[in-house]
Design a protein around this ligand. Sequence first.
Ligand code: CU
Length: 173
Amino acid sequence: MVLVRSLLLTAGLSLVASTALAEPLLVEEAQVRAVPPGSQTSAAFMTLRNPGEQDVTLVDADSPAAEVMELHNHEDVEGVMQMRKISELVVPAGESVTLAPGGLHMMLIGLTAPLEEGQPVEIELRFDTGESQQITAPVKRIEVSAEGHHGHAQGDAHDHGDHGHGHGEGHRH
Ligand SMILES: [Cu+2]
């Protein structure tokens, strides 16, 4: 009887322990990019925070919203930014890694249904330990910030140019 009790206790403890270990990462601002109807692909962005004392290595992801998910990064190939599949994504202990447009992202390939804004997308993160973590990322309209910045920079450059011109004329006097 004592033996059975201690076995039950051990089982109970290990259950608690495995539940705590089941979520190695804190996931913030997870979102999936809204895409036009008919699009076959989309991307998920988020910040992965590792509160633990060991590096966490993400090796795969899976979602009912897509036939396949891949970990991608953008690489500068002779001046052209290209998406590249990566085999793993390491979140160092105590640090965080941000997946954002133009950089790291999780690609959803072969969307199983149109993505509707606000719809929660279930994503399973898979780690090299064999563990996995379930997260939910709502579908959001994500502006391409690179274009916005470009427009802004042009406006600034124009102002500065006028300013410089004025100074130049003043110097001539
Ligand atoms: Cu991609």
